[in-house]
Design a protein around this ligand. Structure first.
Ligand code: LLP
Length: 463
């Protein structure tokens, strides 16, 4: 990312502290369409609107903090992925990014499949009516109960992550008189260019079965011998928030290599390759994500080329985007509580949420942008750090950004691109109550996940 440590432009402090921030935008009131959901704009009074509704009205009705999700944008992005991959490939939305029953219904209506990675996500999917055969079940340590539930429900595939699991799933399926379609998740040894905690294809980590030392080939060998399993393909997920397609290229090359070895050894051509999720989105104006049709074209070319080289029938491709669909669809709406200028440093802006609704900044050093949402302002830009209300100095939502210098308590600010991994990773730290998710579409808003209440917290505390 091109970041300048000493941006030009007006500011409060004469000397800016060291940091990784871009110069303030020419117009702080402008909303870069790269980082905001499709229907976001400002009304005649300068108030940010989404789906035709002003954030001031949303704050009044639903309170703050709140995740405001643009349903039109979600559907547009889901459809764009579906269309880009066409009928020869499958798109599984990764529910870990954000899952609710409304989301499951939208996905169903838009023709996407669903990747779940826990019993809880599976329960949500099934309770909202997602057909089981369109569900993929993931996880590196699925419990016997989760496996049984998935097999009984008839999920379309279980992605096997260890030798133990090969036996467990086979045994469960056999005892239920079923043959469970499975994929085997392999680690291809790619160093994805992303934060260490969200890279998953290098060998020294918990996911998948390594290709390099022959373990993956051994896993296929064992799985093919078990009556309870129908081995449909190989799975690889290299990491998350990735912009560079070269990691996928190497992964496809190595996975196709395994398919070839399997064909040569067993005379079996596995029908599917799943290349996982991981495509990056724009959190700030500096990020340049790829469009779904470019990704689809690139992936299908890579796989086709590799298969031609190996004289293999091209397998059916599937992908598992989570962030790239839901990430840009939502913003978090906060109310400013305090504004604390620190001379020569920056101004600390405290909001009514924080690391309990967005842990990504603290956990991954994630960068976000922020805008004054309840009005516009022509005041000089000031360098701010948007922080939460938790008892932790690392409780930072937006590390370095510019907001108008007249920002005051009571203003609403919005942090875009918080649709993925914010509500789904939210916590009750300091007994905070997790914010609601409010879906907006065509001038109507509705709560799809309600705000937690003190009663919710106390109900779990059984004395
Ligand atoms: N498929 C598999 C097997 C995965 O493990 C993941 C994400 C995905 C698909 C979806 O990846 P996406 O398209 O959303 O990047 N909490 C982190 C991200 C963790 C991703 C975990 N696995 C974050 O907030 O950045």
């Amino acid at each position: 990312m091109s970041r300048s440590a000493h941006p030009a432009g007006p500011r409060h402090a004469d000397v800016l502290p060291e940091g990784h921030y871009t110069a303030p935008a020419d117009d702080l009131n402008a909303l870069d369409p790269k980082v905001w959901a499709h229907t976001v704009g400002r009304d005649a009074d300068g108030v940010v609107t989404v789906g035709g509704i002003a954030v001031t009205q949303l704050a009044e009705e639903y309170g703050t903090p709140a995740y405001i999700l643009d349903e039109t944008d979600f559907r547009d992005r889901a459809r764009a992925w579906r269309t880009a991959f066409g009928t020869d490939a499958d798109v599984f939305y990764a529910g870990k990014a954000f899952l609710s029953r409304a989301v499951v219904r939208w996905l169903d209506e838009e023709g996407l499949n669903l990747d779940v990675c826990s019993g809880g996500e599976l329960a949500t999917a099934l309770s909202a009516g997602m057909p089981a055969e369109r569900i993929a079940f993931h996880g590196n340590n699925k419990s016997p109960e989760e496996i049984e539930r998935a097999v009984r429900a008839g999920v379309g595939r279980i992605v096997l992550d260890s030798f133990q699991e090969i036996v467990r799933v086979a045994h469960t399926a056999e005892s239920l008189g079923k043959r469970q379609p499975v994929q085997i998740r392999v680690t291809v040894g790619v160093e994805a260019h992303t934060h260490e905690f969200i890279a998953t294809a290098h060998e020294d980590q918990k996911f998948g079965i390594p290709l390099a030392d022959g373990q993956a080939a051994e896993a296929v060998r064992r799985a093919l011998q078990l009556d309870g399993l129908d081995v449909i393909g190989i799975h690889s997920h290299i990491g998350s928030q990735i912009f560079d397609m070269s990691g996928f290229e190497v992964a496809a090359h190595r996975v196709v290599g395994l398919l070839k070895d399997v064909r040569d050894e067993h005379g079996v051509e596995l029908a599917e390759i799943d290349l996982g999720g991981g495509l990056g989105i724009a959190y700030t104006s500096d990020d340049d994500p790829r469009e779904p049709h470019e990704i689809a074209k690139a992936l299908s070319e890579i796989v086709t080329r590799e298969c031609e080289g190996a004289r293999l029938r091209t397998p059916r491709i599937s992908v598992e985007p989570g962030r790239a669909i839901v990430g840009p669809t939502a913003f978090t709406l906060y109310e400013v509580g305090t504004v604390k200028p620190l001379e020569g440093l920056r101004t600390y802006v405290s909001v009514d949420g924080g690391m309990s609704d967005n842990i990504r900044t603290a956990l991954y050093d994630a960068e976000y942008s922020v805008a004054l949402a309840s009005r516009t302002s022509d005041a000089e830009p000031m360098l701010v750090r948007v922080v939460g209300k938790h008892c932790e100095s690392g409780d930072i939502v937006v590390k370095d950004a510019f907001l108008p210098g007249d920002l005051a308590p009571g203003d609403l600010i919005a942090v875009p691109a918080t649709g993925a991994y914010c509500r789904s990773m939210a916590s009750n730290y300091n007994h905070a109550m997790r914010p609601p998710v409010v879906a907006v579409r065509d001038g109507a808003a509705r709560v799809i996940v309600r705000r937690e209440t003190e009663e919710d917290l106390l109900r779990l505390d059984v004395g």
